[in-house]
Design a binder for this molecule. Structure first.
Ligand code: GLV
Ligand code: GLV
Length: 327
């Protein structure tokens, strides 16, 4: 096949090489040359000639953007969450949408625990104090945090990641409550109890979010929900920022309505709501849930595999809009 009949693929940001190798062996691949998110015009320019798009959760793929290229066959998202893509618009246009589930479950659950432990045991404050030369010797009252073992964990969204968080909680002898649209059979393995959202908020010492961002879950945690939580409780979010009304969260943290928060994602990412960065009772990470070399490499080959399957006329393994293949 001569190179001028190779299919064209646009990749919106450099990802680990093994995924790019799979694409470059087969297609003419254009990769965003900058180490930053593309603006809308750059995104449109890249998509204009592409048969396949590999994009990130930071790229908003709207109907308007899809309409610049009627030949676009597939949008392969390099993420498990795909709220950045108008899936209904893609389906209407016959475009397949894929994601990367499963491979980032453990990494994200691990980071959830890193945040939970860091905020409740004041790891970041302690590190700062030590580096600043303010460690004056063992002190009976220094940086007292909160127990984890034996406490109650409340999991909102008992999908793959929520279950992986529960699996880890068993080792901490925690009582586990969860809330989801319906009971999840696998939850029984962790003796996790299905409860209403309000009951979970009232009982849990740690509330952790693992739901996708949809119209129903946006602001699932707002002022009312924060007020239902214990004053000693912590909120952890490694899912999507807009699940939380961040202004209400900042106020709750300032007023002592809850004890603290561990956040990996933000409502207006990468911007933080005013006041958040000044709060000592928070640990704030820059969206690192899946950020290990092993996991990001698996995501890259999975995203490339999905894109290749679609361009070869096969059903991609991780198709999120299977209705696109009907009729
Ligand atoms: C990361 O946030 C993802 O959805 O993969
Ligand atoms: C994502 O992988 C989830 O189902 O939690």
């Amino acid at each position: 096949m001569s190179s001028n009949c190779k299919k064209k693929v646009f990749v919106t940001r450099r990802i680990p090489q093994p995924g790019l190798d799979m694409l470059q062996e087969r297609y003419e691949v254009v990769i965003n040359p900058h180490n930053r998110v593309l603006n809308k015009d750059e995104l449109i320019d890249g998509i204009r000639a592409a048969d396949g798009l590999l994009c990130l959760l930071t790229d908003e793929i709207t109907a308007e953007i899809m309409d610049v290229n009627p030949n676009l066959k597939v949008i392969s998202n390099y993420a498990v969450g795909y709220n950045n893509i108008d899936v209904a618009a893609a389906t209407q246009r016959g475009i397949m949408v894929t994601n990367t589930p499963g491979v980032l479950t453990d990494a994200t659950a691990d980071l959830t625990w890193a945040l939970l432990m860091a905020v409740s045991r004041r790891v970041v404050e302690g590190d700062a104090l030590t580096r600043a030369g303010r460690f004056m010797g063992w002190d009976p009252m220094l940086l007292l945090g909160s127990d984890i073992s034996g406490k109650t964990l409340g999991i909102i969204g008992m999908g793959r990641i929520g279950q992986a968080v529960a699996r880890r909680a068993v080792g901490f002898d925690m009582k586990i409550l969860y809330y989801d649209k319906a009971p999840v059979p696998e939850a029984e393995k962790y003796k996790a109890e299905f409860v209403s959202l309000d009951e979970l908020l009232q009982e849990a010492d740690f509330v952790t979010l693992h739901a996708p961002l949809t119209d129903e879950t946006r602001h699932i945690i707002s002022r009312r929900e924060l007020q239902l939580m214990k004053r000693t409780a912590y909120l952890i979010n490694t899912a999507r920022g807009p699940l939380v009304d961040e202004k209400a969260l900042v106020e709750a943290l300032q007023e002592g309505i809850i004890a603290g928060a561990g956040l990996d994602v933000y409502e207006y990412e990468p911007r933080l709501t005013d006041g958040l960065a000044g709060l000592p009772n928070t640990v704030l990470l820059p969206h690192l849930g899946s950020a290990t070399l092993e996991t990001r490499t698996k995501m890259a080959t999975m995203a490339a595999g999905n894109l290749i399957a679609a361009l070869e006329g096969k059903r991609p393994p991780n198709l999120v809009n299977p209705e696109v293949l009907q009729d």
